[in-house]
Design a binder for this molecule. Structure first.
Ligand code: GLY
Ligand code: MN
Ligand code: MN
Length: 463
């Protein structure tokens, strides 16, 4: 964890923003797979981590803003726990490392809070996602789980989002550490790529890199020749000469900061002309939009500009037709680029999205579009120095979607459906890098990971 001063400062800032009431930050608990002691890999909640740095399960933090008192609630280990799991730092030690002045047993904590709620004080909580927390909050607020939305504190969400959005130097350093492992993973994946090898064998090489570096992946890796399936987590196919493979995978840092990197490359180490044509459009959209990152620019504008570059490129190839600007305004390009240009990155790979995508990616008064494609734009707001985000344009050929659009007859002025028949097996190309917004533009934190066709070709199959 970071020094205690970091967490003290973050909590003081949070207290100033929220001003009054009680802030309740729920730490995650372990979750059983099939019986209580066989558990899913444990990962602490990111907001709890941000304000305490504590990675142990089953704690919660109470900040009584009116009394100016912060308390860590948790369980002390029983002798049985110590016999089976080994000894962990006592609560008081965990609290001290986080600069928290007092500790309490968690059972007493729940009782205390219920009493407080009866006194009708304002309790600020963030949106919950662990089953246990949903039940706890439902009981606590005497609400049904499906109605809990109404009890989440917008004031707390907005305060947390504003703090977590702007990264401290030490946080950016953590993201850099995650990216350094991702760099090794991506190079290793390229080196192990060969006709006849199983996709999962290449994923195993990336797992090995994470294991050797003592870290986890930040999310389930996407390593697939069916790159047109945007989040395809299956790795059960055999790599085949002539196919492209899309590798969207990234490591976490030791303190759980993520990285989120995509590269797309030919299995046989040589882009065909057609693959290179599409690749060049995605690369141009990505390079130009990274170059256009600047404080004050709405990210929605960059998304629209990337969409136009994609529409112009596909029109030059004859896949799209008509005026590219008009095509983008009507949403025709979304047949090939149906997702947003990027999202925040930090302790979560889609940073803070559990707090509500619109709270995180849209400013007040900025409406999310309902147009297909644009409706998946997770980040639209004006950029600020210190934001870390992904820039990840893509072009995909999704047979079912193409057939669906063709059958309506509505898109024939913008899409050359006849030509698309030849692209049914193409797959998809995405390029994704992790960008720090600086006072003068973009610092591409993942620039070391090869993305120029010649560099990639030179690495493939070299293991
Ligand atoms: N790895 C998921 C994404 O790029 O958003
Ligand atoms: Mn991403
Ligand atoms: Mn990704």
């Amino acid at each position: 964890m970071f020094p205690a001063e970091t967490y003290i400062r973050r909590r003081e800032e949070l207290a100033q923003k929220v001003e009054s009431g009680i802030i309740l930050l729920l730490g995650n608990d372990v979750s059983p797979i099939n019986y209580n002691t066989n558990i899913y890999p444990f990962r602490q909640d990111s907001s709890f981590l941000y304000f305490s740095g504590i990675r142990e399960p089953a704690n919660f933090l109470v900040m009584d803003l009116d009394e100016g008192k912060t308390t860590l609630y948790g369980y002390e280990q029983s002798m049985d726990d110590i016999v089976w799991e080994g000894e962990r730092a006592p609560l008081a030690v965990q609290a001290e490392l986080a600069g928290i002045p007092s500790v309490q047993d968690i059972e007493f904590g729940a009782g205390f809070l219920l009493t407080e709620s009866m006194k009708e004080r304002t309790i600020h909580v963030l949106p919950a996602y662990q089953e246990k927390h949903l039940h706890f909050l439902a009981k606590f607020f005497a609400a049904e789980i499906k109605n809990l939305e109404a009890v989440y504190s917008h004031r707390l969400i907005e305060a947390v989002v504003s703090q977590r959005s702007v990264k401290e130097v030490q946080e950016v350093d953590e993201i850099r550490k995650a990216i350094a492992v991702s760099d090794l993973m991506h190079r290793e994946a390229m080196a192990h790529c060969k006709d006849g090898i199983k996709e999962q064998a290449v994923v195993a090489q990336m797992d090995r890199i994470c294991g050797e570096n003592g870290v986890n992946m930040a999310y389930a890796p996407i390593f697939t020749q069916r790159g047109e399936i945007l989040h395809n987590n299956m790795h059960n196919a055999i790599l085949k000469d002539g196919n492209l493979v899309l590798n969207d995978s990234g490591a976490e840092s030791p303190f759980h900061y993520g990285s989120d990197i995509t590269r797309t490359f030919p299995v046989n180490g040589s882009f065909s002309d057609r693959q290179k044509d599409i690749y060049s459009i995605v690369l141009k959209a990505q390079q130009e939009m990274i170059g256009a990152v600047m404080p004050g620019i709405p990210f929605a504008d960059l998304h629209n500009r990337a969409s136009e570059i994609i529409a112009v490129g596909l029109t030059e190839l004859g896949i799209m037709k008509g005026d590219p600007k008009e095509a983008v305004s009507k949403g025709a390009h979304a047949l090939f680029f149906p997702h947003g240009l990027g999202h925040f990155l930090g302790l979560d790979v889609h940073d803070m999205e559990g707090l509500g995508e619109d709270f995180v990616g849209y400013s007040e008064g900025q409406e999310r579009s309902e147009q297909f494609g644009l409706n998946h734009l997770r980040l639209a707001k004006e950029l600020k120095e210190g934001f870390v985000l992904t820039v990840e344009p893509g072009i995909y050929f999704i047979p079912k979607l193409i057939d669906g659009w063709k059958s309506t007859g509505a898109w024939k002025d913008f899409i050359n459906f006849e030509m698309l028949e030849d692209y049914r097996e193409f797959g998809g190309i995405r390029l994704e890098d992790n960008i720090l917004v600086t006072s003068i533009g973009a610092d591409n934190l993942s620039a070391s990971i090869p993305n120029m066709p010649e560099e990639i070709e030179a690495l493939i199959g070299t293991a």
